[in-house]
Design a protein around this ligand. Structure first.
Ligand code: NOJ
Length: 722
C-alpha cells in the first residue's frame, strides 16, 4: 500500500520560495575540475578520435576532482544529483541538504544501474532471452541492494524501448523487439528495483525510459528523429511503458526524439494528456541528459528560457543537468511567463517521490560499512552465473556440443581473454577485474586448452576450436549505432583459418545487438551467442560448452542476413504483396526473404516435439492446449511460445504476435500438456481514434518453439450478445 503524502507536500509548498521550488527541479551532474583544461565532452572526443589513448584518459580522470556545487546546494538550488556512486560522498552532500538548507529537504541521487551495479549481470538484451520474469526481478533486486548501499535512490532503468533495428546501439539495453516481452520485462524490473516497500533502505525507484518510441530512431541512428504513426505508437511502443506505470514505477524519462514533430521533453500530449490524465501516473518525470537545453538545437525553442517554459508546461518535472530550469525559471515566473501552478505541480511530483522513498524520515539510507559489505556477495555471483547461463543462446549445433570432458580446446579471439569486455555497455560502476573470462574459467576448472595469440601457428593437437568473435562492448549502447553489423574481415579470416584445419570450430559470439552472420551460420559447426554476459561470463560459457547446463534461451530479436535488411522483426504487417518467388513482391534482390535466425529461435542439447494443438473458445477468451514432448535423451527446458493473427480486420494486423509463453522443464521422454488462456482483449487493436477494439471474425493461433516452426489452428471470435 502506498502512503498518501499530499498534505505534507502542500505544507512544504506553502513554505517554499520560488527559488527553492526551482531548486527541487534541478538535477546536478558534478563538474570535473582540474588536471585538464578542456571540457569533459572534448576529452571524450579526444579519446574517440585517437588524439589521446584510453590510458591517458583514465589518468586524467583519476586526477580530476569533482565539484559538487556545494554553495548552490546550501542555498537550496539543487534537488538531486546524477552520477554519484559512493556512500561517503552521498552522505556528505545529504548532510548539507538536510542540516544546512533552510527547509532541510533531502536530496535524491540518480544513477544508471542498467544491468547490475558492481555485480554485473548479462546485458538486458541477453537476459531477455531467458524469457523468465522471476529471474529479471531477482537480478534487479540484487542491483538495488548493491546500488542503494552505494547511495543510489533512483535508477534510470528499465529501458523498455521496443527495438527492431539492429543498427541502433541501444538495442543492448532493452528486451528486444517484442511488445509483450518488453512489457513483462519492464514490469519485472520495476518490481525488482523497487521491492515491496519503497521506504526500505534497499529499495530504489525505477525511472522507466525513454518515453517514447526512441527504439524507432530513423535508420537506427542514435538521437535521430522518429516518424511514428499513432497506430504503431499505441500498439507497439507504448504498451511496455503502460505496463511499467501499472507496476508502480515512480519515474519516467522522456526520450530525446520527437513524436509527430514535438520532442518528447516538451510534448504536452505525451507527458500530460497520456501519462498523467489517461494512465494516472503520479510519480515524477525527469528529462534525459541535457535534453531541455537541446530543444534549442532541435529547433523547437528560441532559447533556453523558451525550452524551459515549454518543458515545464508540457509536464516535465526535473531537469537532468541542462541547467535550463535553474537558469531561467525564476525569471519566467516573475514575468508571469510560466505560472506558479505549473511550477508547483512539478515540485509536488518530485517531493512525492522523495516522500515515497522515505527520504524525509531516513535521509541517510546507507553507510560506508553497509556499502563495503554489500558488493559482490557470493549469492550475487551465483545469481549472475545463473542469469548468464539462462541468457546464452545456442544458435547452431551440428551435434558437436556438448563437448566431451578431457578434450583439448584451441581458443582464439580477444574477448575470450579480456575480463573488462564481459561487462558490456552501461556498466559504469563495474570493475572489469571482477569478471571471469573464458580463459580464467578454463584455468580454474582445469580445462585442457591453448590460447591462440594473433599470428601464432595453429597447434595441431587441439580437438576443437573456439573463436570469440562479435563486437567490443563500446560498439553497442548509447551513441554506438553501426551502419554495418556484419562481422569484420579479420574475424571471418580467423574463422576461415581455423576451419581449414579440418577440426570443428565453434563461433562464440560476444555482442550487444543481433549481428548479420550468414557466412558464420553456414560454415562453423556450432554457434554460441553469449552476448555480454557479466561477471560470471567464463564460468557460464564453460558450463554450457561442456553440458553442465543445457541451454534453454531463445532469441528476443531477429538476426538479419545483412545490415540492409534492418529493421527486421517477426511481427510485421502483411503487405498486399508478401515476399515470394515472383518478381513483383516485397523483398530484396540480394538477400533471402527470411532472416538468418528468427525471433524465438534457440536450440537445446535435447529436442522437443509439439503435437495435438487444440482450441476451445470461451466467453472471455480462447484456451489453447498443446502437447510438448522431450524427444531427446537428457532433461531440458523448453520455452513454448503462443502467437495469434487476426486474419481479416478493418486495419491491417501483424502476421504473428506473441500473446503468451511458458518455460517448462522436461525430463528425457517426458510429455506435458501446456495450456494457454488468451483473453480476447489481447487480440484487439487501436482504431483510427485510438480506441481499443476487438473485431469479430476469424483468428489463427500458433504454438511452437520459435516464431516460425509452429502448429496452428483457426478459431472464430464472436462477441457474446448481452
Ligand atoms: C543519456 C541516456 O540517454 C539515458 O538513458 C541515461 O539514463 C542518461 N544519459 C543519464 O546517464
Amino acid at each position: 500500500m502506498k502512503n498518501n503524502y499530499e498534505k505534507e507536500i502542500q505544507d512544504l509548498l506553502m513554505e517554499m520560495t520560488i527559488e527553492e521550488k526551482v531548486g527541487q527541479l534541478q538535477q546536478c551532474g558534478p563538474s570535473l575540475v582540474g588536471a585538464f583544461d578542456v571540457s569533459f565532452e572534448e576529452l571524450v572526443n579526444m579519446v574517440f578520435d585517437g588524439r589521446i589513448s584510453k590510458a591517458d584518459f583514465q589518468n586524467i580522470m583519476s586526477s580530476a576532482k569533482h565539484d559538487f556545487h556545494e554553495e548552490d546546494l546550501r542555498a537550496g538550488k539543487i534537488g538531486s544529483y546524477n552520477g554519484l556512486n559512493d556512500a561517503k560522498t552521498a552522505n556528505e552532500l545529504q548532510k548539507i541538504a538536510v542540516t544546512e538548507t533552510r527547509l532541510g529537504i533531502p536530496l535524491l541521487f540518480g544513477y544508471d544501474v542498467i544491468h547490475g551495479y558492481r555485480t554485473v549481470t548479462p546485458i538486458p538484451l541477453a537476459e531477455s532471452c531467458a524469457w523468465e520474469p522471476e529471474l529479471w526481478e531477482r537480478t534487479a533486486r540484487i542491483a538495488a541492494e548493491e546500488a542503494t548501499a552505494g547511495g543510489v535512490h533512483m535508477t534510470f532503468a528499465p529501458m523498455v524501448d521496443v527495438s527492431r533495428d539492429a543498427r541502433w546501439g541501444r538495442v543492448s539495453e532493452g528486451a528486444g523487439e517484442d511488445v509483450l516481452l518488453s512489457s513483462i520485462y519492464g514490469a519485472a524490473k520495476v518490481k525488482g528495483f523497487q521491492g515491496d516497500d519503497l521506504t526500505k533502505e534497499d529499495a530504489m525507484a525505477a525511472c522507466v525510459k525513454h518515453f517514447a518510441a526512441y527504439g524507432a530512431a530513423e535508420a537506427g541512428k542514435d538521437y535521430n528523429r522518429v516518424d511514428m504513426s499513432m497506430q504503431r505508437l499505441f500498439e507497439e511502443y507504448l504498451p511496455p511503458f503502460e505496463a511499467c506505470v501499472k507496476a508502480g514505477a515512480r519515474a519516467i524519462m522522456p526520450a530525446f526524439n520527437d513524436i509527430n514533430g514535438i520532442p518528447c521533453s516538451v510534448n504536452h500530449w505525451l507527458l500530460t494528456n497520456l501519462l498523467r490524465n489517461q494512465w494516472g501516473f503520479d510519480g515524477m518525470t525527469i528529462s534525459d541528459a541535457n535534453a531541455i537545453a537541446e530543444c534549442v538545437t532541435h529547433g523547437i525553442a528560441e532559447n533556453t528560457a523558451d525550452a524551459a517554459k515549454q518543458a515545464i508546461e508540457a509536464g516535465l518535472d526535473m531537469d537532468m543537468t541542462s541547467n535550463a530550469f535553474s537558469e531561467t525559471l525564476v525569471k519566467l515566473i516573475a514575468e508571469s511567463a510560466v505560472s506558479v501552478e505549473a511550477l508547483d505541480k512539478a515540485v509536488a511530483n518530485v517531493l512525492r517521490v522523495k516522500f515515497d522513498l522515505g527520504l524525509f524520515d531516513h535521509p541517510y539510507q546507507t553507510s560506508e560499512e553497509r556499502e563495503k559489505a554489500a558488493m559482490l556477495k557470493p549469492a550475487y555471483r551465483s545469481l549472475a552465473r545463473e542469469a548468464a547461463e539462462k541468457s546464452i543462446v545456442l544458435l547452431k549445433n551440428e551435434t558437436l556440443l556438448p563437448l566431451k570432458p578431457g578434450i583439448k580446446l584451441g581458443i582464439a579471439g580477444e574477448q575470450a581473454n579480456n575480463r573488462g569486455e564481459m561487462t558490456g555497455a552501461w556498466a559504469i560502476k563495474a570493475d572489469g577485474e571482477d569478471c571471469v573470462s573464458l580463459i580464467d574459467a578454463c584455468m580454474t576448472q582445469g580445462i585442457d586448452y591453448v590460447y591462440l595469440e594473433e599470428n601464432t601457428v595453429i597447434p595441431e593437437d587441439c580437438d576443437v576450436f573456439v573463436a570469440a568473435v562479435g563486437e567490443m562492448k563500446n560498439q553497442s549502447g548509447e551513441a554506438a549505432s553501426r551502419a554495418s553489423i556484419e562481422l569484420p574481415a579479420d574475424q571471418i579470416n580467423l574463422l576461415k583459418k581455423l576451419i581449414e584445419t579440418g577440426k570443428p570450430v565453434i563461433a562464440l559470439l560476444f555482442n550487444g545487438r543481433p549481428l548479420a552472420i550468414p557466412w558464420v551460420a553456414e560454415h562453423v559447426s556450432a554457434i554460441i551467442e553469449a552476448w555480454h554476459p557479466g561477471v560470471e561470463a567464463g564460468n557460464a560459457i564453460l558450463n554450457v560448452l561442456f553440458g553442465k547446463v543445457n541451454p534453454s534461451a531463445k532469441l528476443t530479436t531477429t538476426f538479419p542476413y545483412a545490415s540492409g535488411q534492418c529493421p527486421i522483426y517477426y511481427a510485421h504487417m502483411n503487405t498486399g504483396r508478401p515476399g515470394g518467388k515472383s518478381k513483383f513482391t516485397s523483398k530484396y534482390l540480394d538477400t533471402p526473404l527470411v532472416p538468418v535466425y528468427p525471433f524465438g529461435h534457440g536450440l537445446s542439447y535435447t529436442t522437443f516435439a509439439y503435437s495435438e494443438l487444440q482450441l476451445s473458445e470461451g466467453q472471455e477468451g480462447v484456451t489453447a492446449s498443446v502437447k510438448v514432448r522431450n524427444t531427446g535423451d537428457r532433461e531440458g527446458t523448453e520455452i513454448v511460445q503462443c502467437y495469434i493473427r487476426d486474419i481479416v480486420a478493418k486495419r491491417i494486423r501483424p502476421v504473428k504476435q506473441l500473446v503468451d509463453f511458458s518455460k517448462i522443464p522436461l525430463q528425457a521422454g517426458e510429455e506435458r500438456e501446456v495450456v494457454f488462456y488468451v483473453p480476447y482483449h489481447k487480440m484487439g487493436y487501436y482504431d483510427m481514434n485510438m480506441r481499443h477494439v476487438i473485431e469479430e471474425g476469424e483468428f489463427e493461433l500458433f504454438v511452437g518453439g520459435n516464431s516460425v516452426d509452429c502448429l496452428s489452428n483457426k478459431f472464430l471470435y464472436k462477441p457474446a450478445i448481452s
